[in-house]
Design a protein around this ligand. Structure first.
Ligand code: GTP
Length: 596
């Protein structure tokens, strides 16, 4: 297709404002998916996405659309809305010239509407403001058209009003996309340059790479090179997704599609890399994406230690599909061999863990998540701590923790509630604005550690679901943080160490010692469970001694029964971990780690 006839656009919106539903309607109206093959959230291919009703991965689909008798090719990229997946959004934006900014006509502008709009503006995209869900009785299209027009600049009458559910206004929106979104520009005669914006591992076909061609063209059977890794391969297949993969005779300027090279090694197809021809290579790579920085770390361990190699293999494969994933091996006294994995946030952690368990059939346990701390020792040594058990024991000069700038949009009646929550979480207010009479924007600096856990849940429940949150990293600050260790009979149990604010150390100690007392079975001797900061014990519980003699119940000489009992005890022992001389069933660690 000639570049003049191509339009590459994405749909951006706050979570649940209806992107996936609108995408469904577009697929149907353009005839890409027949009515009878239609299912809700067509592009959310992963089971987790469909069950949770959220989009995690971006998707690219090509749709034909005629305007005034001229056929056009629209490439639509559906993007996720949750703050943890902003990274996916920004990659998709770089492959587009335009963005449909979708706002729920019953909700108005929310925190991620703003965040995504700013991202689109940074990428110089043409913004098409659209109000969705006009079929809802609670919709207030006039009011929010005004709000939206104020935000993006322009006339309220210019804001399109659609319903992804009924299909109302969607044809007009497709026309508007053709009219307003600029056609891609590139040099058709130059050496090929295509940006990799995603790739997935397919069991049968190997690595499938999604690209947007900027210059030149890519053709089947020719050899291509990945510019950063210098790896070269034969192009076995090239094509477009519409809505299933369709092989084509090649991809030219401005086109979006997929490549298959038969490569199995997942590391050779890096998101953000540039693909070029081997015979006629480009000299400069396209500006890639900066690698996303993990914000939250957690240890991931196989429940069954022998699954460790499988876990490593699974992480390698998942990484291909999730550039934000970071991991390195670690060992724990309590849990054995595993990985310390970096995530963009808690939802990201949950999704990764669930994908590993489902797609790779693993049974996993994750340790309590923590953020990165920078520690300066008194002798000037700098230490980066991603695992609490590595927190230095020596003389510490200062500890710095990551902070974020948070933007919270809330109805004005909840302003006090939201401020209260932010104060509890060591927040510092930066500003407050009324977006309209009844909608307030609050800006805070908050420690990341305070918001990654249950902040969002708290915000939602205290505002009856009305407040929305967005945040971005904003450097670090010094804080009075300490490491709390948990000791079993004087031996530290690494998986339970935590870095917490000094004021919350006692609560953590009491909580963990109490929990472990419940879970760890009695031993043949008394076992103290202590919580300590350095050498200072701040909480203590005791597991009382019990004599466990499995033969006690066997009178007389039934030797086979005795043997059976001893065998059983031995079996049980295999599943035990020794912390010093204390035997702890692995299940106990798992229970203690997962019960909150
Ligand atoms: P994420 O992918 O998680 O970001 O969500 P999304 O923005 O893709 O939203 P989705 O399309 O999943 O829609 C969210 C909810 O709104 C669903 O329950 C939809 O059925 C509903 N919905 C979407 N569009 C409309 C609409 O036009 N009218 C009405 N009444 N409901 C809609």
């Amino acid at each position: 297709t000639a570049p003049e006839l191509i339009r590459n656009f994405c749909i951006i919106a706050h979570i649940d404002h209806g992107k996936s539903t609108l995408a469904d309607r577009m697929l149907q109206l353009t005839g890409v998916v027949e009515a009878r093959a239609m299912r809700a959230q067509y592009l959310d291919r992963m089971d987790i996405e469909r069950e949770r009703g959220i989009t995690i991965k971006s998707q690219a689909v090509r749709m034909p659309w005629e305007l005034d008798g001229t056929p056009h090719a629209l490439n639509m990229i559906d993007t996720p809305g949750h703050v943890d997946f902003t990274y996916e959004v920004s990659r998709s934006l770089a492959a587009c010239e335009g963005a449909v900014l979708l706002v729920d006509a019953a909700q108005g502008i929310e925190a991620q509407t703003l965040a995504n709009l700013y991202l689109a503006m940074e990428n110089d995209l043409e913004i098409i403001p659209v109000l969705n869900k006009i079929d809802l009785p609670a919709a207030q299209p006039e009011k929010y058209a005004e709000e939206l027009a104020n935000l993006v600049g322009g006339d309220p009458d210019d804001v399109l009003k659609v319903s992804g559910k009924t299909g109302a206004g969607v044809e007009a929106l497709l026309d508007r996309i053709v009219e307003r979104v600029p056609a891609p520009v590139g040099d058709a005669d130059a050496p090929a340059r295509a940006m990799i914006f995603d790739s997935v591992y397919d069991t049968y076909r190997g690595v499938v790479t999604y690209v947007r061609v900027v210059d030149g063209n890519l053709n089947p059977r020719e050899r291509i090179t990945m510019m950063s890794t210098r790896a070269s391969h034969e192009l076995l297949e090239i094509g477009v997704i519409s809505p299933e993969p369709n092989p084509t005779k090649g991809l030219g300027v401005g086109e979006v599609g997929y490549l298959i090279t038969g490569v199995k090694d997942v590391r050779q197809s890096k998101v953000g890399d540039t693909v070029t021809n081997l015979a006629k290579p480009a000299t400069d790579a396209l500006g890639g994406y900066s690698d996303p920085k993990p914000m939250v770390f957690s240890g991931l361990y196989p429940v069954d230690g022998s699954d460790y190699p499988d876990l490593r293999d699974a992480l390698d494969k998942l990484k291909l599909n999730d550039a934000a994933l970071n991991y390195e091996p670690e060992t724990s006294v309590a849990l054995g061999f595993g990985f310390r994995v970096g995530f963009l946030g808690l939802l990201h952690l949950e999704i990764v863990r669930e994908r590993l368990e489902r797609e790779f059939n693993l049974d996993l346990i994750s340790t309590a998540p923590n953020v990165i701390y920078d520690v300066t020792l008194e002798d000037g040594t700098e230490v980066k701590v991603t695992n609490p058990s590595e927190f230095p024991g020596g003389k510490i000069k200062e500890v710095r923790e990551p902070v974020v700038k948070a933007t919270i949009l809330t109805p004005s009646e909840f302003v006090g509630t939201v401020m209260g929550l932010c104060n509890e979480r060591r927040g510092v207010q930066l500003g407050m604005d009324y977006l309209s009479e009844d909608r307030v924007e609050l800006r805070y600096t908050l420690p990341l550690a305070e918001i990654v856990f249950d902040f969002f849940d708290q915000l939602k429940s205290r505002t009856r679901g009305y407040a929305s949150l967005d945040y971005e990293p904003s450097g670090e600050q010094t804080a009075d943080l300490v490491k709390v260790d948990i000791l079993l009979q004087g031996e530290q149990v690494d998986a339970f160490s935590a870095i917490v604010h000094r004021e919350k150390a006692y609560d953590y100690g009491v909580l963990m010692t109490g929990k472990l007392k419940e879970i760890i079975p009695r031993q043949q001797f008394e076992v103290p469970i202590q919580a300590a900061i350095g050498a200072r014990v701040i909480a203590r519980e005791t597991i009382r001694a019990m004599r466990k003699d499995v033969l006690a119940k066997c009178y007389g000489g039934d030797i086979s029964r005795k043997r059976k009992l001893l065998e059983k005890q031995k079996e049980g022992k295999k599943r035990m971990k020794n912390i010093g001389s204390v035997e702890v069933p692995k299940d106990a660690f798992i229970a203690a780690l997962s019960s909150d």
